[in-house]
Design a protein around this ligand. Structure first.
Ligand code: NDP
Length: 310
């Protein structure tokens, strides 16, 4: 095996940027684009939405690497192909995610959503200031990002709980697991933050039933994936006055089409999938290290669990 790395993304400019960054930071990695001669001999591929025919086009691949924290973009065929799959874990990305979620938490706590709406009508209306500890925040997903965000929110003074598949014990954070745990947790939730990976088990989890389990006036931050949310259920929950609003960063179809009703639903803030990126230097370093370690020892870091799909 050699230090070849096949690069397959759905965006030519992004691929070119990644290739240039490898050349300047880690020239020992031989980055090949899909049309380059010799691309078929690569054993590892770095991908973003590679398409389900990747292994038919490149049958020598023995390992897949995501450019991001999430791996759902590989799709069911590649996730169940049996090949090891790695993803990126980045401290800067964790900090960026905390900043984004704090924006939403402050919006809820200090009523910045209502204040912005009032300004459009030149309306002067004061709001009672609440301490952060009054705001009950639930973080769905206590992985690399969820744990960091939950701890950061707790340090800021919010009352934080978290939800995961397996039991967790985190200082200052009430941890719940499994479906019963989620129902229990939602009863006390004013702000729900979704940081779950998208998998068959979590697809569509942000739906009518879940919203109905939250107290009236609840708010949603979805930074997981668009596939977690049933948009019509959210719009109904907001229009009926049950939920106060939502901050949404991820969508089933991106860019979110101009005609999508989410754009104009009162109380919804849309951001274009920018909550937090993995930094380019971190991507390059982690992937290059994995290429070398796979080639020399057959070892990989930041591998996902193929059975759970994340
Ligand atoms: P991890 O894989 O580190 O953690 C996932 C967490 O979700 C774990 O705590 C896991 O539980 C929990 N989980 C998974 N499935 C279930 C389930 N069925 N029920 C309950 N809990 C479950 O992921 P990361 O923290 O690195 O990233 C999370 C997601 O954030 C990514 O997959 C991606 O979709 C999204 N993301 C969004 C970004 C943006 O800019 N909007 C940027 C980066 C990531 P357990 O601990 O028990 O295994």
């Amino acid at each position: 095996m050699s230090n070849d790395l096949l690069l397959v993304t759905n965006n030519e400019k992004y691929s070119a940027k990644l290739k240039a960054a490898f050349l300047s930071r880690r020239p020992e990695i031989n980055v090949l684009l899909a049309d380059d001669s010799g691309a078929e001999r690569a054993t590892m591929a770095l991908c973003w939405h590679p398409g389900k025919d990747l292994l038919t086009r490149f049958p020598n691949l023995q390992c897949l690497h995501s450019v991001a924290a999430g791996v759902d973009h590989f799709g069911a065929e590649l996730l169940t192909s049996g090949l090891p799959i790695c993803r990126v874990v980045d401290d800067h990305q964790k900090q960026g995610m905390l900043e984004y979620v704090l924006w939403g938490a402050l919006t809820v706590q200090r009523n910045f959503d209502k204040i912005s709406a009032n300004q459009k009508e030149s309306k002067w209306q004061g709001f009672r200031q609440r301490p952060a500890s009054d705001v009950r925040i639930s973080v769905l997903g206590l992985g690399e990002l969820g744990q960091f965000v939950a701890r950061g929110l707790a340090q800021f003074g919010y009352s934080v709980s978290g939800w995961s598949r397996s039991p967790k014990n985190l200082d200052g954070i009430h941890c719940y697991q499994g479906p019963e745990g989620l129902t229990e947790q939602l009863k006390e939730t004013e702000l729900l933050v979704n940081l779950l990976p998208l998998s068959p088990a979590t697809k569509g989890i942000l739906n009518k039933d879940l919203f109905n389990k939250m107290p009236e006036g609840g708010y949603l931050i979805n930074v997981g994936r668009g596939g977690h949310l049933i948009p019509g259920d959210l719009i109904d929950a907001i229009d009926s006055g049950h939920l106060r609003g939502a901050l949404l960063d991820v969508f089933d179809q991106e860019p979110l089409p101009a005609k999508d009703p989410l754009w104009t639903t009162k109380g919804v803030t849309i951001t274009p999938h920018l909550a937090s990126d993995a930094s380019l230097p971190t991507i390059i370093e982690q992937v290059a290290d994995n290429v070398l370690s796979f080639v020399s020892k057959g070892e990989l870091t930041n591998q996902i669990d193929l059975i759970n799909g994340y």
